[in-house]
Design a binder for this molecule. Structure first.
Ligand code: AMP
Length: 213
């Protein structure tokens, strides 16, 4: 299974990607997670990426493509993968296609999780993520049972520094300008599938599974 999940920040694609990992046993590869880990570890790459992330802009293609190259070379990705947050512009999509073509393993589906822009802002300001296991909650829509504590593993819930109103506005702009053209890109390849990302998480998930199956 080789899938790209497309969707604006806050569309719920990260949540759906995690559920797909549990069901289909292929890794989720999130460039956002890889970049946050690099920032946290204080690596040179993390230092370079941080300013763009804090400003809601895209990190340079060179950094992101290098990270993806390394991650796709790991053994667990041989079975397939769910790409979450990558590609984010046309150049990244073209590079991904070229790489997968060389491996004889082309992408199968680009799945767009579509959510109205007005809903996205509320979702993102309320988002909380477990610092240990990555489980996602929302204080407005899907809170944890105990405030700031993960239901799954007891880890502390974190409010991402780029989930504040000004950065969110910029991230949504960046999505519209840089990433939304990928909808046309994958449509032209006949690989685009769209699911309405508003509503119950489980209902959306079952629609996604139907598309994949
Ligand atoms: P995400 O967790 O996917 O929302 O990503 C958080 C931030 O990481 C984004 O706002 C970008 O600054 C950066 N980022 C993540 N993925 C990419 C990518 N494929 N290309 C460039 N920047 C990225």
């Amino acid at each position: 299974m080789r899938i790209v999940l497309l969707g604006a920040p806050g569309s719920g694609k990260g949540t759906q990607a995690r559920m797909l990992v549990d069901k289909f046993a292929v890794p989720r590869i999130s460039t956002g997670d890889l970049l946050r880990a690099a920032v946290k570890a204080g690596t040179e790459l993390g230092k370079q990426a941080k300013a763009a992330m804090d400003a809601g802009r895209l990190v340079s293609d060179e950094i992101v493509l290098g990270m993806i190259e390394e991650r796709l070379a790991q053994s667990d990705a041989k079975r397939g993968f769910i790409l979450d947050g990558f590609p984010r512009n046309t150049l990244q999509a073209q590079e991904l296609d070229a790489k997968l073509e060389r491996l004889g393993q082309p992408l199968q589906i680009a799945l767009l999780v579509s959510v109205d822009f007005n809903v996205l802002m509320k979702r993102m300001t309320g988002r909380r993520t477990c610092g240990d296991c990555g489980q996602i909650y929302n204080v407005n829509y899907a809170p944890s049972a105990v405030a700031d504590v993960c239901d799954k593993c007891g880890g502390k819930l974190i409010h991402r520094t780029d989930d504040n109103e000004s950065t969110i506005g910029k991230r949504l702009d960046t999505y519209q300008v840089e990433t939304e053209p990928l909808v046309i890109y994958y449509k032209a390849q006949g690989k685009l599938r769209t699911v309405n990302g508003e509503g119950e998480i489980e209902v959306i998930f079952s629609k996604i599974c139907n598309i994949i199956n």
